[in-house]
Design a protein around this ligand. Structure first.
Ligand code: F6R
Length: 239
């Protein structure tokens, strides 16, 4: 775990790690969370790309989660947010984005999607944020480590937290699709970014508390692969 001074350093250290992964594997498959926490990291990656330090021409990106029931081009689309903050600044074209299923027979579509993921092998990198309730993606508590890509009901805590993005709680969709825990936990490298005082309680529970479905991020304690948690001082202050 790395404790950093502030959100800016969080972005810089996170970008160092991503730059290292992409340097070693130029065609890396990368899960890129939305939410506020990774925005500094993505801006830093874009700056490095512009200055020629980072070559993202061969990476592919995997969508982590999306609300259900939105019209195309709805301002609240998490894919739209990902496009603005990650795909466009890094020059990742649509053909190099793996998007979640959102319609039709969703259960079957998610199962087919997971079969496709399994055929491709583990993600090279998952860039994740931490929910105030311990979620990763929209794997709301309780979520098991073997859980697959699926439709979920958002918890009241997540709806309240997401109201910061869109205005108020009534603007937040109540259902979503998320990559399952098993795909996230099997990524070759995982970077969990945690920033701000609102994460103080949960970050300690996730990293030091008992491991279990009540705090899905706690399963990172048992993940066999390369997990880096970067926490800023606001989140990691003495309790
Ligand atoms: C967003 C996502 C969520 C967020 C988490 C933290 O795609 O998957 O798990 O990463 O809710 O959100 P922020 O960073 O806004 O505190």
């Amino acid at each position: 775990m790395r404790v950093v001074e502030n959100a800016e350093e969080l972005g810089r250290i996170g970008a160092d790690l991503v730059t290292e992964v992409v340097g070693a594997r130029p065609a890396a498959s990368i899960v890129a969370a939305t939410g506020r926490t990774p925005m500094g990291l993505y801006a830093e990656l874009a700056a490095r790309r512009r200055s020629g330090v980072l070559d993202t021409t061969a990476i592919s990106t995997v969508q982590l989660d999306e609300y259900l029931g939105l019209e195309r081009d709805d301002r609240r689309s998490l894919f739209g947010w990902m496009r603005r903050s990650f795909l466009e600044p890094l020059g990742v074209s649509d053909g190099r984005v793996i998007r979640l299923p959102l319609g039709g027979d969703l259960e079957e579509a998610c199962a087919a999607f997971d079969r496709g993921l399994e055929a491709r092998g583990p993600f090279d990198l998952a860039i994740l944020g931490l929910g105030r309730n311990g979620h990763l993606g929209f794997n709301e508590p309780p979520s098991h480590p073997e859980s697959s890509t699926r439709m979920v009901e958002l918890s009241p805590s997540t709806i309240e937290a997401n109201a910061r993005y869109w205005g108020n709680g009534a603007d937040v969709p109540t259902t979503a699709v998320t990559l399952g825990m098993r795909h996230l936990l099997s990524a070759r490298a995982i970077v969990l970014l945690v920033s701000g005082t609102s994460k103080r309680t949960i970050v300690h529970r996730a990293l030091e508390g008992p491991v279990g479905p009540g705090v899905p991020a706690s399963f990172l304690q048992d993940a066999a692969n390369d997990v880096t948690v970067i926490v800023d001082r606001a989140a990691w202050a003495d309790r």
